[in-house]
Design a protein around this ligand. Structure first.
Ligand code: H79
Length: 454
């Protein structure tokens, strides 16, 4: 239906954001040649940073890094299985690294030979089957694109210098210095020399490829806002115009390109940090975005489920990462967590999808989300710490209760007014030790307890 839009009929931000605000939960996927290294270069563990940073952190010469692509052959890649896992976990969209900072394109690109079709034995576009599977399962598809860093191109590598060596003034960065350090590793006919050339000859054409060859694209997830001119940012933004419904994040270029969504990384904001902007917390399940063998810092399923509930209670989205292995499969730890989240969502997703932030002050026993209905207001109480005496106090809510029940088993819950508060009388045992959700329907609006804040 995009093609039916005639010139001048751009959808409004609210129209574009409608599905995203309902969705609440998506999958981030970080995949590329770095998965082959899995955090180790010449027998040495990478220091600092996610495994997708290994080229930079371990100072791997471009030629050597490119050599690794010759054994990148993910024969077990099954896009259908990936998307089904995301869907079964309750995720509504998926954002994959079409190109990360190492410059490697997971898709068939005419703008660079440093792509899946030219540089690997696998030789097939990885994003095409993903687009097909997303369509089949009804998930929205988004692309992550590293626009300002491309360590494979001298033109795009300038930003790498800025990032890794803390050079104060980007204008003083001479690509030559980097080129010299890697002498002989670039094919001058293949690669760009300046940042502007890189933008014109690689980044803009690649973004256009992504916007035209894979059907409807829901999100362009820029990363990171480094070393860009406003002119370059405008060129990149214009490359999106064939997808009028696309949503972009705030990482194209600061401060003049705020995009649609804020992107706290690896953290969940406090109530006081929220300013009414749409936001999405992106987070790893362990300590790295790209696959790393030695990373065992896995968050528990309990933590991830409670994070989702916490984020929804503050009005945000959760973009939870998987770093697939070089063979194309998800780490078993990720599969297990997705399945655990899916089981919880099967019972409790109503407390997540389409909800708004809690109108209440923080609750020490759990979280709250809100839905407005014709009859009044629904609050979902996600109880992390079940009261041992069965008495749950909701402070400061005096509205008349129309109904109250546990989502698990539809068990009715007694609700009484107690002074200025609401008292829920619960069964002795929590139906779910991670988070049990009570749905309470109220008459009228629930007054915000946040003062003048939204
Ligand atoms: O794709 C993931 C990261 O690779 C990317 N964003 C998420 C979604 C990202 N790129 N840059 N940053 C995050 C911030 C970079 C911080 C740095 Fe460092 C501090 C770069 C150099 C010092 C972290 C620590 C990365 C390498 C060492």
């Amino acid at each position: 239906f995009f093609t039916q839009l005639t010139y001048g009929q751009q959808p409004s931000k609210d129209e574009r954001m409608a599905w995203w605000r309902e969705a609440k939960f998506g999958m981030f996927i970080h995949w590329g040649v770095y998965a082959q290294f899995a955090g180790v270069y010449r027998g040495e563990e990478q220091r600092r940073g996610g495994a997708e940073w290994i080229m930079n952190r371990s100072k791997i010469p471009v030629a050597e890094y490119q050599e690794m692509a010759k054994s990148f052959n993910p024969t077990k890649y099954d896009a259908d299985a990936w998307v089904k896992m995301a869907k079964d976990a309750g995720m509504k969209y998926l954002v994959i690294t079409a190109k990360h900072h190492d410059g490697f394109a997971l898709f068939n690109s005419k703008a660079s030979k440093w792509d899946i079709t030219d540089a690997t034995p696998y030789g097939k576009d990885l994003l095409k089957p993903l687009a097909v599977a997303c369509k089949k399962y009804g998930l929205k598809l988004g692309f992550y694109y590293s626009q300002a860093q491309d360590w494979n191109n001298p033109g795009g590598a300038a930003a790498r210098k800025v990032m890794s060596e803390g050079w104060a003034n980007p204008d003083s960065v001479k690509v030559d210095a980097y080129t010299l350090a890697n002498k002989g590793h670039w094919d001058p006919a293949q690669q760009t020399k300046t940042f502007d050339q890189y933008i014109d000859e690689v980044a803009v054409p690649q973004v256009k490829e992504l916007m035209t060859n894979y059907g409807d694209i829901a999100v362009l997830w820029w990363d990171t806002p480094t070393n860009m001119t406003d002119d370059a940012a405008v060129k990149l933004q214009n490359a999106l115009k064939t997808q009028p419904y696309i949503i972009t994040n705030d990482r194209l270029k600061r401060p003049n390109f705020p995009g649609d969504t804020k992107t706290p990384e690896q953290k969940i904001p406090n109530q006081s940090e929220l300013d009414g902007m749409d936001w999405e917390t992106c987070m790893t399940m362990n300590g790295t975005w790209g696959f790393r063998t030695s990373d065992h810092k896995w968050k528990s399923s309990e933590t991830l489920i409670r994070n989702l509930s916490d984020i929804a209670s503050k009005g945000g989205n959760y973009l939870l990462n998987v770093g697939p292995k070089p063979d194309g499969t998800f780490p078993e730890e990720s599969v297990k967590r997705l399945s655990d989240i899916g089981k919880w969502m099967k019972v409790n997703s109503e407390s997540i999808y389409g909800t708004k932030a809690s109108p209440l002050l923080p609750l020490d026993w759990g979280r709250c989300t809100k839905k407005e209905t014709k009859k009044g207001t629904i609050l979902y109480f996600s109880v992390f710490n079940w009261p041992s005496n069965g008495q749950l106090i909701i402070p400061g809510v005096k509205n008349k209760v129309l109904s109250a029940k546990l989502l698990a088993g539809n068990v009715k819950v007694k609700a009484d007014t107690k002074g200025a508060d609401l008292l829920l009388t619960l069964p002795a045992q929590a139906p779910d030790a991670v988070a049990s959700v009570i749905k309470v329907e109220f008459e009228g609006e629930i007054a915000s307890q946040h003062g003048n804040q939204p």
